[in-house]
Write a protein that binds this ligand. Structure first.
Ligand code: AMP
Ligand code: MN
Ligand code: MN
Ligand code: MN
Length: 281
């Protein structure tokens, strides 16, 4: 079995890249993709750890992109970390995240919540501070009961403390993933905000026109119906179907590596099929 969507302490997961690789081995996984948010800084350590264990590492990244209805996440697999275009985009995203975070904090302060960037930083294991770290700080200060409440009321795309971050457009991110020799996959379409199957497939079709290579079909929050719709879409549009848990360690304790909420079982064959697309590029 495999898991093609995981986060390390290089973004907002809680395991170091080496710890994550060892957890994958202990969990009996044959391969995992490390897909940190807008950073590849954990990949070197993960690669080093992978060399001494029997788990294949798929080098990856999860890009946040700007779309009309908010943000869309794109997974990039098999990317060449030395690619200048990729590095330039990622450097820009580090800078724009650093500019955005104080604006979120100011909005929360204006709303009457006493919170600083340092309160969020406590929850981060690297330089990268994500909204998840801000949400964890809000839970700790008892301003909200859960991370979900923090996103629903304040930090989500419609939240009262939301701030934009100048993300790339999907077409730009897909082109850069391709330029770095990688494959671009639409992450967790459950978050597309589509109200019906027609809307969902229209969005996916638009991404397919930009050169999308695959769709994350198996995901802990996907219903049986949605999984089925996405699987059928992939067959029709000749896209790769992939899946992963979106593991974040103890930051999202209900999600376990490889199995998600318990029922996610993605066979190695899925990775073989994805890889076969690299030959088409
Ligand atoms: P950022 O990259 O800083 O914009 O933050 C995105 C992070 O917030 C990702 O780790 C997501 O896992 C997390 N996130 C986004 N929306 C939600 C949500 N509704 N509930 C829980 N976590 C979320
Ligand atoms: Mn995350
Ligand atoms: Mn995501
Ligand atoms: Mn993710």
């Amino acid at each position: 079995m495999i898991d093609l969507h995981t986060h390390t302490a290089a973004s907002d997961g809680t395991y170091s890249p080496a710890e994550l690789m060892h957890l994958a081995a202990e969990s009996g996984l044959e391969a995992i993709a490390v897909t940190d948010h807008d950073t590849i800084s954990g990949l070197a350590e993960a690669e080093q750890a992978a060399a001494s264990i029997d788990v294949e590492l798929v080098p990856g990244v999860e890009f946040s992109c700007k779309v009309e209805v908010g943000t869309l996440h794109l997974l990039g697999y098999f990317i060449d970390c030395a690619d200048p275009g990729l590095r330039e985009l990622l450097d820009g995203m580090v800078a724009s995240r650093a500019q955005r975070n104080p604006r979120i904090i100011s909005k929360l302060n204006e709303l009457g919540y006493e919170i600083t960037l340092d309160d969020a930083r406590v929850h981060a294991s690297s330089q990268l501070i994500s909204r998840l770290h801000i949400a964890l700080a809000m839970v700790q200060k008892k301003y909200v009961r859960s991370i979900e409440e923090a996103f629903g009321r304040f930090l989500g795309d419609d939240g009262s403390a939301h701030a934009d971050r100048g993300e790339p457009m999907p077409q730009q991110a897909i082109d850069i993933i391709h330029g770095a020799g990688g494959l671009a996959v639409a992450a967790h379409p459950v978050h597309f905000r589509a109200s019906n199957e027609g809307q969902l497939t229209a969005r996916l079709r638009e991404l397919a026109d930009f050169g999308l290579d695959g769709v994350e079909v198996w995901y802990p929050e996907h219903s049986v119906d949605l999984t089925d719709q996405l699987w059928r879409f992939c067959r029709k549009a000749d896209l790769a179907a992939v899946g992963g848990s979106d593991f974040h360690g103890s930051a999202k304790p209900h999600i376990k590596l490889g199995v998600g909420r318990g029922g996610l079982n993605i066979p190695l064959e899925i990775l073989h099929r994805l890889k076969s697309r690299l030959d088409r590029c």
